[in-house]
Ligand binder design. Sequence first.
Ligand code: GN1
Ligand code: CA
Ligand code: CA
Length: 128
Amino acid sequence: KILLFHGGKQSGDKVFVTNGLEENFENAQRTCREAGGVLATPKSAAENSATQEILNTKGESAKAFLGISDFQVEGIFRYLSGEKIIFTNWNLGEPNNSKDNEDCVEIQDNGKWNDIPCNLLRLVICEF
Ligand code: GN1
Ligand code: CA
Ligand code: CA
C-alpha cells in the first residue's frame, strides 16, 4: 500500500518517503512514528542512495534528518531502536560535535552525513 505514496523510493524491503516538510528532530521523529514508520535509517550504501534520491527531488543543498543520534553517550551513534549503527557515510571530519551541541545527524545532497544540533529544521524522510 505504501508504494502508492507519491515519490516513494524503494530499496530492498524498505520504502523511503518525504512529507516535504522541514521539522526539528523531535517533531520529525514523531511525524514518522505517527505515520507508522521511522525516520530514514540507511543501513547500506543502497539505502543511503535511496534516501539521497528522495532528498535530491527537493533541490540543491536540501538536507534531511536521519534516525540516528548520540543522545545516550556522546560520540556513540545509535539508531532510534537503541542499536549501535552498522553503516556510516560521514563527511570528512565528521562527526565533530561542533560547539558541543550536535547529537543529531543530517544527510546532505551528496549523500554524506554530518552531525548537527537537533533543534535545526530539516526535511522529514521516513522509512516504512
Ligand atoms: C558547520 O558553521 P560551522 O563551521 O560552525 C556545521 C557543523 C559541521 C561544520 C563542518 C549547524 O559548522 O555541523 O561539522 O560546519 N554546523 C551546522 O565544517 O550545520
Ligand atoms: Ca554529539
Ligand atoms: Ca558536525
